[in-house]
Design a protein around this ligand. Structure first.
Ligand code: SF4
Length: 468
C-alpha cells in the first residue's frame, strides 16, 4: 500500500539521525471555547514538529481558541504554520506553504498569519524581509511568546498533557530536545540547540495521560536517544527511563527511534530484552560505512567499530529488528566509498533502511567542503541502495509467511484494514494488510494475524484471534 517509487519501508523521504519528513497529517480538534477567533495549525516536517504542534494546540485550546489542525476548508481567521528547515526540500515545502497562505491573507481569506518552527528559527531575519505578509515569526523555543502575541496564557499546569494529531492509539513522546553531537552535515543543532533531557517523572506523567486517552504505543523520539540523561542525571539514563515507562498501565508497545552509534550503551539492548512491552526494534542511523566519509562526517566511529557494534547487538538480542539510515552523496564520497556502502548493506541485511541524499547546508561544518557529488549521482546512488534493500526486504518478508504476529490496526484504507507488527514504525516501515471484505478489525486494537503472503513492501494476513 505504499506509493510506488517511494516506499517508506526502504526510503524515508528525508531522514537524518532524527528526522522523519512525513506528509501532512489530518486531525481536527473540536474545542469548547467561546472565544470567537478560530486557528488552523499547519505542521510540516518531522515527528518532533508534530509533538510541538500538539503542545501548541493544547495551550491554544485551553485559552478558549477554536483550534483545528490541517483544516482543509481554509476558513480559519488565524493560521499558524509550524515549519521545517533542515534540508533544501523541506525548506522549499515550508516556503511554498507560507507563500500560499500569505496569498490567501492578501485575498482576505484569513486575518493573521504566523510562522514558527525550524525554518523560522534559522532564517527569521531573511523571512521577515522576504515575506512581510506574515504577521510574526517565532523560533523553536518561542511558544510562550507566540501565546503572548495571541493574548493567551502559557498554562504550566498543562505540561505533560497534549491533544494528539496522530491516530488515538499511538503517540510520539519527545524525551529530549536538541543535540550535542557535531555531525558535519547536520543543521539540526543550529535550529534546536543543545541537548536538553526531560526528567523521567515528567515523561512518565505524560505517558500516563496519553495512556488514559487510549494510547497503546509510545514512540520515543529525540535528536539523539543515547544521550538522554547525561545533562540532568550525569549518566546515560535511557534504560532507567524505559524501566519507568514500561510500568505505565495500558502501554503495550514502546518503540525507540534515533540512537547514535558512537559509545552506544549496550544496556539499552538489555532494557529492550527485559521488558516485553518495549518493542524488539531499534532505529540506529549509521549514515555511512566508509572510513574517509565517516571521518569527514565527524561521526566519531569507524567502519570496524560499526561492524563490531551491529554484531554485538545481534549477539545479545538476535530477535531485535534493526532500522538504519544512510546518507549518500556526502562531499568527497567516491565510487569506492559508495561500493563499500552497498557491500555493507548487502552483507548486514538490516530489517529496515532509509536513504537520503546529502544537502549542502549553510552553517554546517560540511558546508566548507565542496558539494562535489552531482545531483544525478546522488539520485542514482540512493536508488541503487534502495534496490538492494528492496531485495533484502522481500526475502525477509517471505520468511514471515505462515507465522503469527501481534498487529496493531492503524486504519482502514480501500479494501484493507492496515496494521503494523512490532517491527514496524508508523509512516516509515512495512504494513500488514487484512482483507476488509473477509474479516473485521477494530482500528486501534491489537489482533493476532497469520501472514499468508508478502511482497517487498507489505505483508498480507488474516486474523486468527482478536485481542480486545
Ligand atoms: S548532529 Fe548528528 S546526532 Fe545530532 S541530530 Fe544531527 S545527525 Fe543526529
Amino acid at each position: 500500500m505504499k506509493p510506488s517509487g517511494e516506499s517508506p519501508g526502504y526510503n524515508v523521504r528525508l531522514q537524518p539521525e532524527c528526522c522523519k519528513f512525513d506528509s501532512k497529517i489530518q486531525a481536527y480538534v473540536k474545542t469548547k471555547g467561546t472565544r470567537s477567533q478560530s486557528i488552523n495549525v499547519i505542521t510540516l516536517g518531522c515527528s518532533k514538529n508534530w509533538v510541538d504542534s500538539e503542545n501548541m494546540i493544547t495551550q491554544l485550546q485551553a485559552n478558549a481558541y477554536e483550534v483545528s489542525h490541517e483544516r482543509e476548508d481554509s476558513s480559519s481567521e488565524i493560521v499558524i504554520i509550524n515549519t521545517c528547515g533542515f534540508i533544501d526540500r523541506a525548506k522549499e515545502e515550508s516556503i511554498q506553504t507560507i507563500l500560499e497562505y500569505a496569498q490567501m491573507k492578501q485575498q482576505g481569506a484569513l486575518d493573521k498569519l504566523y510562522v514558527t518552527g525550524c525554518l523560522s528559527q534559522r532564517y527569521k531575519d531573511q523571512l521577515e524581509q522576504e515575506i512581510p505578509e506574515v504577521d510574526a515569526y517565532f523560533g523553536t523555543m518561542e511558544l510562550p511568546a507566540l501565546l503572548t502575541h495571541l493574548k493567551a496564557d502559557y498554562r504550566h499546569d498543562l505540561i505533560g498533557e497534549r491533544i494528539l494529531t496522530t491516530p488515538a492509539h499511538y503517540a510520539y513522546l519527545k524525551i529530549s530536545e536538541g543535540c550535542n553531537r557535531t555531525c558535519s552535515f547536520c543543521a539540526i543543532p543550529l535550529m534546536r540547540g543543545k541537548h536538553i533531557s526531560q526528567p523521567i517523572e515528567r515523561l512518565v506523567k505524560e505517558a500516563r495521560h496519553l495512556a488514559a486517552q487510549g494510547v497503546k504505543e509510545l514512540i520515543l523520539i529525540a535528536q539523539e536517544l543515547t544521550y538522554y540523561g547525561l545533562d540532568i542525571y550525569k549518566e546515560r539514563a535511557l534504560p532507567r527511563l524505559l524501566d519507568a515507562l514500561a510500568e505505565v498501565p495500558g502501554i503495550e508497545w514502546i518503540r525507540l527511534h534515533y540512537a547514535y552509534p558512537n559509545k552506544f550503551p549496550l544496556e539499552i539492548i538489555d532494557a529492550i530484552k527485559r521488558h516485553p512491552n518495549v518493542c524488539n526494534y531499534l532505529d540506529m542511523p549509521l549514515q555511512h560505512i566508509s572510513d574517509p566519509v565517516l571521518l569527514n562526517m565527524h561521526r566519531q566511529i569507524t567502519r570496524q567499530e560499526t561492524i563490531d557494534l551491529v554484531n554485538r547487538i545481534r549477539d545479545i538480542h538476535p530477535e531485535l529488528h534493526l532500522r538504519t539510515t544512510m546518507l549518500v552523496g556526502f562531499p568527497g564520497e567516491s565510487d569506492s566509498d559508495f561500493e563499500a556502502l552497498c557491500d555493507f548493506i548487502e552483507v548486514t541485511r538490516f530489517d529496515r533502511l532509509g536513504v537520503f541524499q546529502y544537502s549542502h547546508e549553510e552553517g554546517t561544518t560540511a558546508y566548507q567542503m565542496e558539494d562535489d557529488v552531482s545531483a544525478e549521482t546522488k539520485e542514482q546512488r540512493m536508488s541503487q541502495l534502495m534496490q538492494i534493500q528492496q531485495q533484502i526486504s522481500a526475502e525477509l518478508n517471505e520468511q514471515k509467511i505462515g507465522q503469527n504476529f501481534k498487529v496493531l490496526i492503524d486504519r482502514k484504507e480501500g479494501d484493507y484494514f492496515i496494521g503494523r507488527t512490532e517491527a514496524d514504525s508508523p509512516e516509515v516501515d512495512n504494513e500488514v494488510l487484512i482483507h476488509a471484505a473477509e474479516q473485521y478489525a477494530r482500528i486501534g486494537d491489537f489482533a493476532q494475524v497469520t501472514i499468508d503472503d508478502a511482497n517487498e513492501y507489505d505483508l498480507f494476513g488474516s486474523i486468527v484471534k482478536d485481542r480486545k
